[in-house]
Ligand binder design. Structure first.
Ligand code: UDP
Length: 352
């Protein structure tokens, strides 16, 4: 799967919050994107570059792809490397750090917890300590719905108790808690964005999801549609939902990135530390995702029913009113069919 990325050296200048006219332009911002070669990070790097920011990506390429970094400077390195981090941040004059570099597989986190605590917690603390040492005081953190654990009510707002049920969720919650303490002690301002189910691809077709191994539903369903996989396995049909399959809130990758952009504005404007849940507020079952993929692709998709996957909550749907109210966030691509269509375009290019 090779692609030739198109690097745009002509960033477009984006007016920010024109209605309130408080920020003017943000094209002079200088942002470090940690994990910028990964799925969400690479879309973010592209958005920052298109909006005229100076962007540096730091990535160890353990799961990311160098050719997914379409603009800015690329530094190959690891968060465990304190000397590298110190050199980079001391000279980088960064206005803010966005942190996307983490391990994300729930099942793996159960089997190999130390790997998750080491990378997602220790290495993040390393980064935060170096930021503190060199005086970078704005941080945007990729958190997750997995910090909530088994939902006690739905949709899940920010007041919902956070009781994660697997090491992955616990690592993310630990960082959220550390961020609150770092603000109290040192004035580090952060925004934690709790993603529900990130999905879709760059509407222009330059970027998409490329996990290896792929574990997420939408790319797997589309790989079954394209013929890259023989079928899609459905993890459980005996849940207490209308069709018996689990329900999730799928959010377009561009909308996620837009929320980061608005969070950045919030911090640049002197805003305080916050956490927001990010989803569309509408749940779709696994079967509905498969049906949507059949409609979008026009392809037959073979389904094989299997047992439940350990640790899957039955329903996860976000209440994102807080992000809408406080950040002025409005998803541009809330329709599942659009999310699937953009992901399908990416899959078609990958298999062309
Ligand atoms: N799922 C499935 N088959 C797959 C992958 C996922 O049935 O091959 C289901 C999974 O059990 C969950 C939903 O699809 O109910 C979304 O899973 P995904 O791994 O994409 O995201 P998660 O909700 O775990 O973050």
């Amino acid at each position: 799967m090779t692609r030739s990325p198109k690097y745009s050296s002509q960033p477009t200048v984006t007016m920010v919050r024109d209605s309130a006219n408080r920020y003017g332009t943000m094209q002079d911002m200088n942002i470090l994107v940690v994990g910028g070669a990964g799925y969400i990070g690479s879309h973010m790097v592209q958005m920052l570059g298109q909006r005229g920011c100076e962007v540096t990506t730091l990535d160890n390429l353990s799961s990311g792809h160098r050719d997914a970094v379409l603009c800015g400077r690329f530094v190959h390195g690891d968060l465990a490397d304190t000397a590298l981090l110190t050199g980079l941040l001391a000279h980088g004059k960064f206005d803010a750090v966005m942190h996307f570099a983490s391990f994300i597989q729930v099942g793996e986190s159960v089997a190999q917890p130390a790997k998750y605590y080491r990378n997602n917690v220790s290495n993040t603390l390393n980064l935060l300590e170096v930021m503190q040492a060199v005086g970078v005081k704005r941080f945007i953190f990729s958190s997750t719905a997995a910090t909530f654990g088994e939902p006690q009510y739905t949709p899940i707002d920010e007041a919902h108790p956070q009781r994660p049920i697997n090491p992955y969720g616990r690592t993310k919650l630990m960082v959220e808690q550390a961020l609150a303490d770092l603000d109290s002690a040192l004035g580090l301002k952060s925004v934690s964005l709790r993603y529900f189910n990130a999905a879709g691809a760059d509407p222009a077709g330059r970027l998409g999801e490329r996990h290896d191994p792929e574990t997420h539903l939408i790319p797997l369903v589309l790989q079954a549609a394209s013929g890259r996989r023989p079928h899609i396995g459905v993890f459980g049909r005996d849940y207490d939902t209308p069709d018996g399959t689990c329900i999730r809130d799928y959010i377009h990758i561009e909308d996620l990135c837009q929320a980061h952009w608005l969070a950045l504005q919030h911090l640049m404007d002197g805003g305080g530390s916050e956490a927001f849940n990010l989803g569309n507020g509408t749940g779709f079952s696994v079967q509905q995702v498969i049906d949507t993929a059949r409609a979008v692709t026009g392809r037959e998709i073979h389904v094989v029913d299997g047992p439940r996957r350990t640790g899957d909550p039955v329903v996860l749907v976000a209440d994102s009113r807080r992000a809408r109210q406080h950040l002025g966030w409005t998803p541009a691509y809330p329709e599942l069919s659009t999310i699937v269509a953009h992901a399908w375009e990416w899959e078609r290019r990958a298999t062309a």
